[in-house]
Design a protein around this ligand. Structure first.
Ligand SMILES: Cc1cc2nc3c(=O)[nH]c(=O)nc-3n(C[C@H](O)[C@H](O)[C@H](O)COP(=O)(O)OP(=O)(O)OC[C@H]3O[C@@H](n4cnc5c(N)ncnc54)[C@H](O)[C@@H]3O)c2cc1C
Length: 261
């Protein structure tokens, strides 16, 4: 049987491991934490912000891939936590989060992903909705003391806000939508437009719905951010099933496709 996680040209296939569900926890009204054990987890190397691709059963008997960020890994116990958003639109990821029971297993490929902390940056700007929240919290918690960070995070309900264990010098803005997630989040777009960049070279991490990421990225570029100061990835989009959207200029995309051909 061909691997469900084939490599890309010039890239080796992602390592695959079996995760066993240890326990589940209702984290907030719209998030469930699933904690897994698995062979080799105690020594798993990854960078905060990276994700795993879970291979989840679909209704038609086939399997689908869904990206989920590693929220935390306790190396002493080998327990790995993933926070699943209950977005209310169905889908194998949401279904798994709601129905999986301790002892159930899932195949996971990775870790993967390039949206990780830029250690060269003088300050950091994180922009996310619920799907980017696990990655933003993991990245914030990894920043050393005195590093300047700004985070703008949109959630559905005030009770979807979470506590974090960060030591950096953080300004954290929670934007409460008061309803389900929609594309082109005006709340996040306007909030970022009001942000005054600090002296030095900052780095922005945009981890939310695709059209919101596109609009915010364009705005930051227009305000003088260089492309390499922005990590931009569409974490979901209406009608998309799984996957991830790299947000880049058409010229950059064409060059990348040509390099792959
Ligand atoms: C790098 C990366 C890391 C991610 N990390 C996480 C994570 O840690 N936790 C997490 O919960 N998600 C995370 N996501 C987002 C997650 O992969 C998607 O939301 C995924 O579509 C969920 O799969 P599903 O099977 O529930 O729904 P799907 O079958 O993929 O989608 C069904 C339909 O539901 C709608 N939909 C999907 N997601 C959302 C949403 N969040 N809000 C509103 N509508 C939605 C769409 O219209 C879609 O067509 C991440 C995505 C990426 C790219």
């Amino acid at each position: 049987m061909p691997s469900p996680f084939p490599g890309r040209p010039n890239r080796p296939p992602l390592p695959v491991r079996t995760l066993t569900l240890a326990d589940t926890q209702s984290l907030t009204p719209h998030a469930r934490r699933l904690t897994f054990t698995g062979e080799g987890l105690s020594t798993l190397a990854y960078q905060p912000g990276q994700d795993l691709v879970l291979l989840l059963p679909l209704a038609d008997g086939t399997v689908g891939r869904r990206h989920y960020t590693i929220r935390s890994l306790d190396r002493a116990t080998g327990r790995l936590a993933i926070d699943f958003v209950i977005h209310g639109h169905g889908g194998p990821g949401e279904h798994f989060a709601l129905t999986a029971r301790p002892g159930d297993t899932v195949e996971a490929a990775g870790p993967r992903g390039r949206t990780v902390v830029n250690l060269q940056a003088d300050w950091h700007l994180f922009v996310a909705d619920e799907t980017g929240l696990p990655g933003v919290l993991a990245m914030l918690e990894s920043l050393p003391e005195q590093v300047r960070a700004f985070a703008m995070i949109e959630v559905e309900d005030k009770d979807d806000r979470q506590l974090l264990d960060a030591y950096c010098d953080l300004d954290l803005d929670w934007l409460v939508r008061g309803g389900p997630a929609l594309p082109a989040s005006l709340g996040l777009i306007e909030r970022v437009a009001l942000f005054a960049p600090r002296p030095g070279r900052g780095h922005a991490y945009l981890m939310t719905e695709t059209s919101t990421v596109q609009t915010i990225r364009r705005g930051l570029l227009a305000r003088g951010f260089a492309k390499d100061q922005i990590s931009a990835e569409g974490y979901w989009r209406p009608g998309r099933q799984g996957g991830h959207d790299h947000i880049m200029d058409e010229a950059d995309l064409a060059a990348r496709m040509a390099a792959r051909a």
